[in-house]
Design a protein around this ligand. Structure first.
Ligand code: NI
Length: 273
């Protein structure tokens, strides 16, 4: 296991105080290269598109349109390399130190910022996408597959914002066709802490921490692989109201529904007498 997979007490304390943590070295550089190749391969073929698992996070996502912020859900299903590397062990070890020994991987996704034009990821809290009736103890591990800089869109956080609860969100640009969410109240950018990190490093943030990543102004794609860890969530006595989740009407949902309908039709055919 890598040394970085064992956090110091100061790092654990900083995570709980600030709601985020930056690590300079989580996995070796040769592993970053393996991951980068797999990553580029699945984005080139837009793996998962027909099932609604590949879509534009920041645009209306119509077929044939240039994607602003291409995303793939569950990329390890399409690129098994993601499961084979030491990253899995290292990430789990770090997550368990921060969340407790019961923490496990909940899901993973990949967000690509194309070279030269990839748009910003507006301020948001990840939990605003999740189940309003559950109480979460969760974090995201954000692993860039090249150096992450201010120029190419490294992560930025508002320290202490994980203690605010979930703020009102809306679809990006208030466009219900967009999957991505943004916090409604403007965030004071002077309070933000930017976390540039070298390749092989990672940032971690609580599911309630406000975060942002700038547009990619560099000449190279900005690749990020994100793993979400949680301990088993509990039912809240009083569910929250994430009304913004019911405002969206995205092309991705339509594709996912169509894929499900095809699956149902196929299984009916298989079981037909
Ligand atoms: Ni996020």
């Amino acid at each position: 296991m890598n040394n970085a997979a064992s956090l110091t007490p100061e790092q654990v304390q900083a995570y709980h105080r600030d709601g985020f943590l930056a690590l300079d070295a989580l996995i070796p550089l040769d592993e970053v290269e393996i991951l980068r190749e797999a990553y580029d391969r699945i984005f080139a073929r837009r793996a998962g598109r027909d099932e609604g698992d590949q879509f534009d996070l920041a645009g209306a996502d119509a077929d044939g349109e240039t994607e602003k912020l291409p995303q793939i859900l569950g990329p390890s299903r399409f690129a098994p390399e993601l499961k084979r590397v030491s990253l899995q062990q290292a990430a789990l070890a770090v997550a368990r130190q921060l969340l407790g020994p019961e923490a496990d991987l909940l899901g993973e996704h990949a967000i690509l910022k194309p070279a030269g034009y990839g748009v910003e990821t507006p301020w948001h809290q990840d939990e605003s996408y999740w189940d309003e009736s559950l109480e979460f103890n969760a974090l995201s591990l954000w692993l860039p597959l090249q150096e992450a800089t201010l120029e190419n869109g490294c992560m930025q956080f508002i320290p202490g914002s994980h203690k605010l609860g979930i703020l009102p969100h809306r679809p990006i640009g208030n466009d219900p066709r967009v999957h991505g969410l943004e916090v409604v109240e403007p965030v004071d950018p002077t309070k933000a802490v930017a976390c540039p990190i070298p390749a092989g490093g990672a940032t971690l943030h609580c599911s309630r921490t406000l975060h942002y990543a700038g547009p990619n102004r560099s000449s190279q794609p900005r690749r990020a692989y994100i793993m979400i860890f949680q301990t088993p969530p509990k039912k809240l006595d009083r569910p929250r109201d994430f009304y913004w989740l019911r405002q969206r009407r995205t092309a991705r949902e339509e594709r996912a529904a169509a894929a499900q309908a095809r699956e149902v039709a196929a299984s009916k055919e298989r079981t037909a007498p």
